[in-house]
Design a protein. Structure first.
Length: 375
């Protein structure tokens, strides 16, 4: 029997109010890009993407444990998907405008966490925007952009300000008919948190592992290949086959949001898939945002919110999340090199490719500012 390991409850994972500390010595002193070693991978398809458990080689029993963790991903999708008529979220969307709906504890906690992030990001993150998402999806299929009147109509039935949450009864009610909750921007992270929790509690589970959903949401535990964590490449949003650098992820989650892949052009203008829930229009000005957090759900949500907010407001918002680190990459002013703004991640935790990255003087200021917070 493997040695027992401390586990966390789902409430602790989602609330992220008492985050794990970032290691002070993640990367070696030499600035060599850390490399991955031999791994064992188990993959399943869920939420329209691949989910994987990646492990160091070990006993065959850990494969069975990883399989059980992946089953938890499918269980999360079953109640979370708004594309399944009988899922809990679909039923909530149909009924909550008529009467408060009492929810299972974990479902209510997910919505409550989304509400907290909505409030601390000044509305830049919002899961009550299903009407806007549907509008833009339909217009994209019709090769057009929505009319201003269509945007206004969708905004009128969007927003978490239209929800009433009752923690005593675990109930949710919609004050406005037509509200549609879409947990897409937090759902993969939640599923990873739950799978990691399951994996930590299963006998003979791997001591070190990396979970990912669609490669954009990750959660890592333990060492790999002689490193104190798992080497994670930071993709170049301009040239997707290249990496800007590598960081080692250990006992934390990471999520990246960007518009470099999902976008379309109309009449010569580029429209990304990430909407500002306050205006109803696609966000312009950022290439990508990567967030490190104790919870994959929180990392998922904040990467979307920071992308919407832009560099300056995201930096200010990070004061509300001292346990969070972020890499913000706006469009470069000129040339091929990008200029990331790094918040709450010490400089020596990332190995950058200096041929692709220019770190401005602001990096030192942001690092110093973040050192006042508890990491």
């Amino acid at each position: 029997m493997s040695e027992p390991r401390p586990t966390t409850t789902r409430r602790q994972v989602l609330s992220a109010l008492k985050p794990a500390r970032i290691s002070e010595e993640i990367l070696p002193a030499t600035r060599v890009q850390p490399s991955a070693g031999i791994t064992v991978r188990l993959t399943t398809r869920a939420m329209a993407c691949d989910f994987s458990v990646i492990m160091n080689p070990g006993p065959t029993e850990q494969i069975e444990a990883a399989g059980k963790a992946l089953e938890a991903i499918h269980a999360s999708e079953a109640w979370m998907s708004i594309y399944r008529e009988n899922s809990e979220f679909s039923q909530l969307n149909r009924k909550a405008a008529d009467a408060p709906q009492t929810l299972r504890g974990d479902i209510f906690e997910l919505i409550q966490t989304a509400q907290k992030i909505h409030l601390t990001t000044d509305g830049a993150f919002d899961i009550a925007t299903g009407a806007l998402t549907r509008l833009w999806r339909a217009c994209r299929q019709e090769q057009r952009i929505p009319a201003p009147t269509e945007i206004e109509a969708a905004l009128a039935i969007s927003g978490m300000q239209h929800l009433t949450l009752n923690p005593q009864e675990n109930s949710v009610a919609f004050r406005t008919p037509g509200i549609l909750l879409d947990p897409g921007a937090i759902g993969k992270g939640y599923a990873l948190d739950d799978a990691a929790l399951q994996l930590q509690q299963i006998e003979h589970s791997p001591q070190s592992f990396l979970l990912h959903g669609g490669h954009s949401s990750l959660k890592a535990f333990g060492p790999h290949n002689g490193h104190r964590g798992w080497p994670i490449g930071i993709g170049n949003p301009l040239f997707t086959e290249q990496r800007l650098g590598t960081l080692l992820l250990c006992d934390r989650a990471m999520a990246t949001s960007g518009s470099n892949i999902q976008f379309y052009r109309h009449e010569g203008r580029r429209y990304g898939h990430i909407l500002d829930p306050r205006t109803g229009w696609p966000v312009d000005g950022m290439l990508s945002v990567t967030v490190l957090a104790p919870s994959a759900a929180v990392a998922d949500a904040l990467s979307t919110a920071f992308f919407v907010m832009g560099v300056e407001k995201a930096c200010l918002c990070c004061k509300n999340w001292p346990e969070v680190g972020a890499i913000l990459i706006p469009f470069p002013d000129k040339g091929r090199k990008v200029c990331p703004t790094v918040i709450g991640i010490p400089e020596d935790h990332i190995v950058w490719d200096e041929d692709q990255v220019v770190l401005q003087d602001g990096f030192s200021f942001l690092k110093q500012a973040s050192s006042d917070a508890t990491l």
